[in-house]
Design a protein around this ligand. Structure first.
Ligand SMILES: NC(=O)c1ccc[n+]([C@@H]2O[C@H](COP(=O)([O-])OP(=O)(O)OC[C@H]3O[C@@H](n4cnc5c(N)ncnc54)[C@H](OP(=O)(O)O)[C@@H]3O)[C@@H](O)[C@H]2O)c1
Length: 328
């Protein structure tokens, strides 16, 4: 029987890259995507003529439940923060085929500002060793209440769930619509607009990184496991929580490299990096403390047990193409 995969967010950066990778690895799969408007339908139809496209939003509970019920695997990539959508999909899956549900969260959930903004924290969350701590993080943590709703809905409706939790995603997306990430592209814009590079405080705070293609490959691997008897070697349910990282960096390193690259292209007048106070950084960008000021340190031990390995292990090689994408 041909597996049917329902995907939300296929017009996005992660969802577009993932849908492309899935089609390439498994051209025989029946892929169904949800998009919001006719413009996206036309673009996707040209790129992926064999993909079934449904127009709707994450608020269309009926559509989500129906498509969930027909799918062998659901990839919910459109939002880490929409509360009702995963609940509606999982409820529909429970009444239908009872496939497997894969949700995309984000390591904002472990954002650590216990030191001053711009300083390194010591806590590193390992998704095998620290799984109990991770799935019991306070509900005030970013994305946490939706992660919890996914786990609880899966248990309630007998639907195996997995949560994939990426850190800072870099690279240029391969999907037909949105191809841009968030943290580094916004930093490039902010540096060029300000005319000089900067860090929040000392910039010693650390995050992990993953290239969008390596993330897409991890998600495809999870789909493959989902389709094996009993969900293959993957973990499902409350402990099915997967960080996906390829290493870590301090934000001062990214700012220094961007300063050098942008100065070499005459986009800014100096290759020096200013250390801004939190107040100064917030004036440059309202989200500066969240985007570039905290720590988010994860270890992706669980996905590595499935023999996933990232190809791109540093951010540096993709900075020039991200600069080109932002400034074109
Ligand atoms: N980018 C990162 O660095 C990063 C890091 C960690 C986690 N994540 C998570 O990864 C997921 C995808 O992020 P992304 O960077 O790929 O974002 P994105 O490029 O904005 O893609 C999200 C896609 O979902 C669609 N979507 C959003 N809300 C929707 C709604 N209410 N109804 C229907 N479609 C909706 C959007 O459609 P439209 O095009 O119509 O708006 C868009 O195509 C998010 O959950 C995000 O939190 C991202």
């Amino acid at each position: 029987m041909i597996p049917r995969i329902f995907i939300t967010g296929a017009s996005g950066f992660v969802g577009g890259t993932t849908t492309g990778a899935l089609r390439k690895a498994h051209p025989d799969y029946e892929v169904v995507v949800l998009v919001r408007n006719e413009g996206q339908v036309n673009t996707l139809r040209q790129a992926w003529p064999d993909v079934e496209i449904i127009i709707g939003t994450l608020d269309d509970d009926g559509i989500l439940a129906t498509e969930g019920g027909k799918a062998d695997v659901v990839l919910h990539i459109a939002s880490s923060d929409h509360m009702n959508a995963p609940q509606s999909i999982i409820a529909g899956m429970g009444r239908g085929k009872k496939g497997r549900f894969i949700h995309i969260s984000g390591t904002g959930v472990i954002n650590d500002v216990s030191t001053s903004l711009g300083d390194e924290s010591t806590k590193v969350y390992d998704d095998v060793k620290d799984i109990q701590e991770i799935i019991n993080l306070p509900m005030t943590a970013y994305h946490r209440s939706v992660d919890d709703a996914v786990i609880i809905s899966g248990q309630e409706y007998g639907v195996p769930t997995a949560i994939i939790c990426p850190p800072m995603i870099h690279g240029v997306g391969k999907g037909p619509c949105k191809k841009r990430s968030i943290q580094i592209p916004i930093l490039i814009e902010a540096i060029v607009e300000r005319g000089r590079a900067f860090t929040v405080g000392q910039g010693n705070n650390k995050w992990d990184h993953i290239h969008v293609r390596d993330l897409a490959n991890a998600i495809v691997l999870m789909v493959e496991e989902a389709l094996k008897p009993n969900g293959g070697a993957a973990t499902w349910g409350p402990q099915g929580y997967y960080f996906v990282e390829a290493g870590e960096f301090a934000w001062r390193e990214i700012s220094a490299e961007l300063a050098h690259l942008l100065h070499a292209q005459a986009k800014i007048a100096s290759s020096e990096v200013d250390k801004l106070t939190v107040e100064e950084a917030t004036k440059v960008h309202w989200w500066a403390p969240v985007l570039w000021g905290g720590n988010s340190r994860s270890r992706a031990s669980r996905i590595r047990t499935l023999e996933w390995m990232p190809d791109i292990t540093t951010v540096s090689p993709t900075l020039p193409e991200m600069i080109q994408q932002v400034l074109k």
